[in-house]
Design a protein around this ligand. Structure first.
Ligand code: AMP
Length: 307
């Protein structure tokens, strides 16, 4: 069982109401890989970095079963750089800088050794590149999950809509679901988005959990109430990594199993926000994950006697 993950590997500068960091490793594919590699190996990464991306980070990923044959290293350019500032509620943020750098001329090439993967995670990236990856796969994966963000809706909406026709699951946050559909009600937004291609839609609502839509069904996964959210950066990608990691591990892509998968995604995201960047994800063990999943079970477990 293998999983291809595509996305950015980056440096981020992050400012929250409580702390600030000028340069930390980030990127959509980095977070997905750290999360998913807890559930299956190999995770086959496709991305691009510049001369400045730390070799130690690459080795850390390799040691977790992340294959980097599909990660291009450009010797004379800098890695993708993103900078964001969170509002006091930590659920919303402003993007301050997006420096594409190496991403500007990225042309992802899927290594032969990655062909035949049954799961594909299209992390947040230019929609054209997400499409190019789909087109290069000789056998369509059993499940294609796609993440995106408002930046691409603002700059490449037509391309994004093309990719939507090719994927099974779309992951967006509530603001992005509204922007994509033009509907304020999330139920109406979901109905419209499900007409655009994906059979499943996940709408993430930060500290208010996530909704999974499929046909006329909807399922809700809470976020774990945490005393302190230190840095929400990467929570969405980490959620995605936990979600697809669980599906790939269990090889079951039913709606029922996706319910479990969004709980797993929420549990992984709850770790991510506890420290800056992917730091916390590097510390956790299987026992930590199991313990947190048990907390989620308790969070939503109740009896009711209907008379
Ligand atoms: P998240 O908080 O889950 O939305 O993910 C944040 C990560 O996405 C950061 O580590 C950034 O490096 C990366 N990122 C930010 N903007 C973009 C973009 N336009 N395309 C791809 N990745 C991005």
């Amino acid at each position: 069982m293998s999983l291809i993950t595509v996305g950015t590997m980056a440096f981020d500068a992050i400012e929250t109401p409580f702390a600030k960091v000028d340069k930390i490793v980030g990127g959509s594919a980095t977070y997905v890989a750290y999360a998913a590699s807890n559930f299956l190996k190999p995770v086959q990464q496709v991305s691009i970095v510049g001369y400045d991306f730390p070799e130690a980070e690459m080795n850390e990923l390799r040691s977790r079963g992340v294959e980097l044959d599909g990660v291009e290293i450009v010797p004379d350019k800098k890695s993708f750089f993103w900078s964001g500032k969170y509002h006091t509620d930590m659920n919303s943020r402003d993007t301050l800088i997006t420096d594409l750098n190496v991403l500007g001329d990225f042309n992802p090439i899927i290594p032969d050794s990655y062909q035949g993967a049954e799961f594909l995670m299209l992390g947040n990236l230019m929609p054209k590149l997400q499409m190019s990856v789909i087109n290069q796969l000789k056998v369509r994966p059993k499940l294609i999950v796609m993440d995106t963000m408002n930046f691409w809706m603002d700059t490449a909406m037509d391309d994004l809509k093309q990719v939507l026709t090719k994927v099974d699951v779309l992951l967006v946050n509530d603001g992005e679901a509204r922007q994509l559909s033009g509907e304020y009600s999330l139920v109406k937004a979901a109905n419209k988005i499900l007409q655009m291609g994906p059979r499943f839609l996940i709408i993430k609502k930060g500290e208010h959990g996530a909704l999974l839509f499929h046909d006329n069904h909807v399922f809700f996964a809470p976020a774990l109430p945490l005393e302190e959210v230190f840095d929400p950066t990467g929570a969405g990608d980490t959620f995605a990594g936990g979600f697809i990691g669980h599906l790939a591990k269990t090889k079951d892509i039913s709606f029922e199993n996706m319910k479990t998968a969004i709980i797993v995604g929420s549990a992984m995201a709850s770790f991510c926000v506890e420290k800056f960047g992917p730091e916390r994800l590097k510390e956790i063990t299987k026992a930590d994950i199991d313990e947190r999943l048990a907390e989620f079970v308790q969070l939503v477990n109740f009896d009711i006697d209907l008379v």
